[in-house]
Design a protein around this ligand. Structure first.
Ligand code: GLU
Length: 906
């Protein structure tokens, strides 16, 4: 004290900036807190932008429960002249200090909360109020889904905090299921032997523990909990101490215990790192080392730092009124205390301290408290989100604990697995013996759980959802139903059947990766065989093909007729014995041309044989065309005659929606009906309305009932494709109609944040990749319980008529061939005309015009022999002509002219 007085006198005498004394009361154990108090004051003094005067910290050590000593310390500080008293941090002496400060008009700044504390005008407390903390505890307990837990507290103040939790817990509504939650309250042993209590908790089977214990005793409590086996992967702890991050947590890091804690001070934050660095610098100037690091900075130290800064700011706003030496025996007071307190509580210039934003409500309680939520994992404590007293929890990752992202052994765990009777996922085993336990069930889902248990080493007991309700959210009551409700109420660990993964369900429970993919489709009576049509012989070709065929038939006939007339080689001697006939004859009359082409198409031939190259080309290409067309027709006709076509009254969901004769529905409380309910498609909405209005007649309690209605009523049933596949394998009178309306999958459901989700999902994927799941599906769908019965029934597809696309090529070949033939015809004609004009010495043009005139008459199948007056060549022509007649049966008629310019004579 004498030293302090000396410092004070020296400071005043040297004319240094005005000194503002602040007094601090610290327990003997709070050596670091006192150090922080002093260092912060020094730090502020060195920074004139915060405060113009010099802040001089006067720390006093006090005993926790000695009120007289504490009062004396406060009075001696007041005598020195202080502008504020900080602390003490703990003990029953706070109210004593408070009352002196009230009398002397000196601000009292607290950084801790105890049960005796009263709300006073001259008090500011930076510690979050217990009601605020209780809110945080309650939100965490709610988020973690605890319905049963044990509160383990150290002392009375802890109980007060947790008493609030109990009240809040009720408010947060976890106990709405009358008497289904249990809160056990136990006190830790004041003599620090907690093993007996911890053992009792373990024996009680309650794995959720809220531990309220000061940071000094926390390592011991955790150690003893570990010793009695209460720190295993089964247990979940919420530790209320906000200094959890300052203890050595490594011994508990690998046990898998789910430990949740919180902190207001983030050692990694810039502001904390900077503050500690400044303190280190100050100590270094004195040649000392600082033992405090960001990691060992407790909440109380940080609050002291923030309190001194808060005070300094308020002083600056009040223009640093001079301190006054006060005597506890006098009635005199300082006169600035109330204003200082008001400036400190006033949130106008909000201070951001080491413990976040420092703001107070009207009553002087800290508001806008922000905390980091911590969780213990293999890497130590990690932040999984924040909590804000205004907005509540904001977790940055899913609620599943850190450990559970790592693989935790499921060996020897026993799961209660819920199933529902739905073929072939969960079925009652058929046996003449009375079966018990798991042996009662069989099916795809049962086998899948067995496979998972073999790989992961867990045990399971199956239970049955008797009402067959899988689970959906009742919009009226806000409650979940069916199997999902059982899961949420912890009556079962897993649920397996044809349970569809949906976003709505995902919000309430967790699912594994889908073990099967599917979509909604329609189950309806298998289409009936249609009576063969009277004109089914027309079916093999599309109408367009028939039209094209008629056109080419006419076209080729006309072309043949024209070519026959054009080609000189088609004009023949009708009487081969007469050497020089009067006239020549052409076999390709229009009728004969038609007869030739129809004869070919009917594969009968005709007694007409083309002679010239051009007509033979046409005939050849036509025969090729008819060969292909007739073969195609015959092949397709066989399919049409052997397969009877089938008909359904509707081909897709739209057609079903637009008719009124066939009723349609789905499973009453399943994801299929929910698909229609939640769809924005007008057709589906209309269908949902229909199903909803006629619920009693169209909504079923199970797929089996849906199948029965399809078979016996005029009813179409919306069912999931895998189930349709199963039923159509066994009930040949039903079939799937139309495509899938959506795409989704079945998963195994479990409680939210289940620790085993990742492992189950990974194993499901492994089973999928190894082909095990498809083998299992094949067996349960196609082999077991009458599978494969209807394999033939669905195989017949209706043949389809051949369109132009199928036979277009052969039409093209025909057209190209005909064009070529046309050219050849022209060539034949022109070369004949040229030859005639040369032989007869008649102009080319004249011969051509005469030929053309005859052709253009377009009638008459005989052509008179031409006579030209070229006497010189007559004898020679006659010789040639005779030679030719001998050589060829066609004789000179091939040229259409006699050799001497007359008609050839017989
Ligand atoms: N798989 C459906 C569900 O999980 C049940 C059958 C259905 O709705 O078609 O709810």
């Amino acid at each position: 004290m004498a030293v302090l007085l000396l410092v004070l006198l020296l400071a005043v005498a040297s004319g240094a900036p005005e000194v503002i004394n602040i007094g601090g009361l610290f327990l003997n154990t709070e050596e670091y807190e006192a150090q922080v108090f002093q260092l912060t004051a020094e730090d502020i003094s060195s920074n004139h932008s915060i405060l113009r005067g010099q802040l001089l910290a006067l720390p006093e050590l006090v005993e926790p429960h000695n009120s007289l000593k504490v009062s004396q310390s406060v009075c001696s500080l007041l005598q020195l002249g202080v502008a504020g008293i900080f602390g003490p941090h703990a003990g029953t002496t706070s109210s004593q200090v408070q009352s002196i400060c009230d009398t002397m008009d000196i601000p009292h700044i607290e950084t801790s909360w105890d049960t005796n504390q009263q709300r006073q005008d001259f008090l500011v407390n930076l510690h979050p109020h217990p009601s605020t903390l209780a809110k945080l505890y309650a939100e965490l307990v709610t988020a973690w889904g605890w319905q049963k837990f044990t509160i383990l507290y150290e002392d009375k103040s802890g109980l007060v905090r947790l008493n609030n939790l109990i009240r809040m817990y009720e408010k947060y509504g976890l106990n709405d299921k009358k008497n289904e939650h249990t809160i056990t309250i136990r006190q830790l042993d004041p003599l620090q032997n907690h093993r007996q209590i911890l053992r009792e908790i373990k024996r009680s089977g309650d794995n959720n523990i809220v531990l309220d214990c000061s940071v000094e005793f926390l390592p011991e409590v955790l150690k003893q909990a570990q010793q009695v086996g209460l720190m295993t992967s089964e247990q979940n702890f919420i530790i209320t101490s906000m200094d959890l991050h300052t203890i050595d947590i490594e011994p508990y890091q690998y046990g898998g215990t789910n430990v949740t804690g919180f902190r207001m001070v983030d050692p990694d934050s810039e502001v904390v790192q900077m503050a500690v660095r400044r303190w280190q610098d100050l100590e270094m100037k004195r040649g000392k080392a600082l033992d405090i690091t960001p990691e060992t900075l407790t909440l109380n130290m940080a609050l002291i730092h923030d309190a001194v800064h808060l005070f300094a700011r308020a002083m600056r706003r009040l223009d640093s009124p001079p301190v006054k030496n006060l005597d506890c025996g006098d009635l005199e007071n300082w006169g600035h205390g109330a204003s200082l307190i008001n400036f400190m509580k006033d949130g106008q210039s909000m201070l951001r301290g080491l413990t976040g934003p420092i703001q107070f409500d009207n009553e002087g309680f800290r508001t806008n408290v922000v905390m980091d939520i911590l969780e213990l994992g293999y890497d130590g404590l990690i932040s999984i989100g924040t909590w804000n007293s205004t907005d509540g929890l904001n977790l940055t990752r899913s609620l599943s604990p850190v450990f559970h992202q790592e693989s935790e052994s499921l060996v020897n765990k026993t799961f209660r697995v819920l199933t529902a009777l739905s073929e072939p996922y969960g079925m009652l085993r058929q046996s003449s013996d009375a079966l018990k336990g798991n042996a009662r069930f069989e099916g795809f889902g049962i086998e899948l759980i067995h496979e998972l248990s073999v790989i992961l080493g867990f045990n399971y007991t199956f239970d049955l959802q008797v009402d067959n309700v899988y689970g959906s959210l009742d919009k009226d009551t806000g409650q979940w139903t069916g199997m999902l409700r059982q899961i949420m109420d912890e009556k079962a660990d897993l649920a397996i059947t044809d349970l569809t993964i949906s976003s709505e369900r995902e919000a309430a429970v967790d699912f594994t990766m889908p073990f099967m993919n599917l979509g909604i489709s329609i189950l309806y009576k298998r289409p009936k065989k249609e009576a063969p049509k009277l004109f089914s012989f027309m079916s093999p070709f599309h109408t367009e093909v028939w039209i094209c065929m008629c056109s080419v038939f006419l076209g080729v006939s006309v072309l043949l007729w024209i070519m026959g007339r054009l080609s000189p080689y088609e004009w023949t001697n009708p009487y081969p014995c007469i050497e020089e006939p009067e006239e020549l004859e052409n076999q390709f009359t229009f009728n004969n041309s038609l007869w030739f082409t129809i004869g070919s198409i009917m594969q009968q031939g005709a007694d007409i044989a083309p002679i010239s190259v051009s007509t033979r080309m046409v005939a050849g290409i036509w025969w090729f065309f008819t060969l292909i067309i007739v073969s195609s027709y015959t092949a397709n006709l066989a399919a049409f005659l052997t397969v009877e076509s089938t008909t359904t009254p509707f081909k897709n969901v739209k057609e079903l929606a637009n008719q009124k004769v066939i009723m349609y529905g789905a499973k009453g409380s399943g994801s299929t009906i929910n698909f229609f309910r939640d769809s924005s498609d007008p057709t589906y909405q209309k269908m949902y309305q229909f199903m909803h209005d006629n619920a009693a007649e169209v909504l079923t309690s199970s797929n089996e009932q849906g199948l029965d209605w399809v078979k016996h009523k005029n009813y179409a049933y919306f069912m999931e494709s895998t189930s349709i596949e199963y039923f159509t394998e066994r009930h040949c009178e039903v079939a799937q109609v139309g495509d899938l309306l959506d795409a989704k999958g079945y998963g195994i459901a479990m409680r939210k944040n289940s620790t085993y989700r990742n492992q189950l999902s990974t194993t499901v994927l492994k089973l999928q990749e190894s082909g095990k799941l498809s083998k299992m599906k094949n067996r349960w769908w196609k082999e077991e319980r009458g599978g494969g019965k209807c394999e033939d029934a669905g195989s017949s597809g209706n043949p389809s008529a051949l369109s132009l696309e199928h036979v277009g090529g052969v039409f093209l070949v025909l057209v190209v061939g005909l064009c070529l033939a046309c050219f050849v015809t022209l060539f034949e004609l022109l070369s004949h005309v040229r030859e005639t004009s040369q032989n007869e010495n008649v102009p080319f043009r004249q011969v051509l015009i005469e030929e053309w005139r005859f052709i253009a008459r377009c009638h008459g199948s005989t052509k008179p022999m031409r006579k030209y007056n070229s006497q010189e060549k007559v004898s020679q022509q006659a010789e040639d002509s005779q030679d030719f007649v001998h050589m060829s049966s066609y004789g000179s008629s091939r040229y259409g002219l006699n050799t001497n310019g007359k008609q050839p004579l017989p």
